[in-house]
Design a protein. Sequence first.
Lengths: 292, 289
Amino acid sequence: MDKIRRNKFVIFFLVFPGLLVFTFAVLYPIFMSAFYGMTDWKGIGEFNIVGFENYRKVIFEDKVFRTSLLNAAALAFFTVFIQHPIAMFFAIITDKIGGKLESFFRAVFFIPCVISIVVTSKMWVNVLNANYGLLNKFLEAINLKFLKQDWLGHKDIALFSVIFVIMWQGFGYAYLIYYSGIKGIPEELLEAGRIDGANSWQQFIKITLPMLKPVILVNVSIAITASLKQMEPIYLMTNGGPGTRTQFVANYLYMLAFNAQKYGYANAIAVVFVIVCLITTVVVQNIFKSKD
Amino acid sequence: MTSTRYASPSYNGKIKAKAFRYIQILLCTLLTIGCVFPLIWLVDFSLVKANELFGKNFLVWPKKPHWENYYLALTDGKVPQYLVNSVIVTFVSVGLIVLLSVMMSYGFTRMKWKMSKVFLNIVLLGFMIPIHATLLSNFITFSRLNIQDSPIALIIPYVAFNLPQATFIMTGFMDTIPNAIEESALMDGCGIIRLLFTIVFPVLKPAIMTVIITSFINVWNEFIMAATYLTSDRFRTLPFSIYNFAGMYSSNYSAQFAVMTLSALPSLVAYVILNKHITKGIAAGAVKG
């Protein structure tokens, strides 16, 4: 029996197919990008090796790349400090409501998450449209006409509109993770708090919040890495504009490769992007591990 | 005297509790509107003439629904064809994700070999790698291998990018189940393939459910790879059709909304039917991930 567990052929048979697919489509392209990143290739035709010149430019000179990282940081900030508190709040109150209503609300809050990002993004482009958009019509109806905006076209507002849409789409996930965390808190603990005369706020601070800590850490680290990796909503709503105000790394490298024919340079960005993602994940995990 | 003194706070307390409850329900209702109203708006304006969007109302009553928008979506929007493509790609991808992740996880957790931890960690590294960093290079590789513009060009990366999470969920689950049954089956001379299909798969059912759900949502809604690796119309999947159609009928908003509604419908219906499993599965997958 132990013989089978050590059988090299069996191990190979079990592990190889998965590893092959993974290596082929995830790892190999990163190495190829590292190579293409050292060229001045336009995507077709001949190319020259330019060494680490592209990488140097990405890291030290590229302002758009920097803007993209800052936008990701802004998104992470808003997600963690606005979306998450709201999600946690609703996780707590739906838990208190109980019964059929609880299941109903829980189901509804997750609906935006199961709908394709293309549908929701294009929908929001229409909702936020300056001429016929739902939002401007709503503002007009409640006599706040002066607030009407070109929500995705205004250079100072577009980023916040994009962040709002991404938070709207992802709310269900954040909510659901907090909700399942709250369901994991033993009822006796809260009961004991009540008997000791704790009010709702004290219960939240003294019992719920400490018990939720592991869930909060998981949720926050998901939010940070996901913010870094955003692309589709940006591609579909603003394509980084106006100017580069709403640019994100993934969308930027995609534009450079397929619209600007800077294939070599875009690959250099891709590699730096992977490294930034790895470093961020490791740093976040370590900070949270030491806090746990 | 004393009795009223004690009774009144609890009476007040009851009213207070009730008031709190109504406030909670009210807030949840407001959020519900926030989550669903834009979608209702979308469906509403898919049923009227395009120019009604420029009217004053934010919802209109479609006295006579303009089904021709949907007719346009089904014919020029080619929704049925894209739907079939989506179903095929999703079905094959999710099947492979489950099969390969179960096999790999069994290899990593139950088989005895030196490098198992190392290889498991390499696969889990995939969590951190952004899909978008591989788009450029895979685009070139796929065209060199002549598999671009075919369902294979989607299925391979879809499987690859969902394997880390699937493997993580599976190995986590396998660690919690005792392997006594497997041991005795192996003692009786059961082969590894039969063992997988008759014993391991049934035991892993909850984990497999989670993997099916999370990867279904990922694959069904995936857009950017489908937009990049496919260049002709033949194999395109639903999410891309909206993008495509929006370009073709850029001023016919109602027809665009009809395509969007039709594209959202399958996953919405699946969600309504399976909602309990889905919310449970997502929560389990995310917390473990």
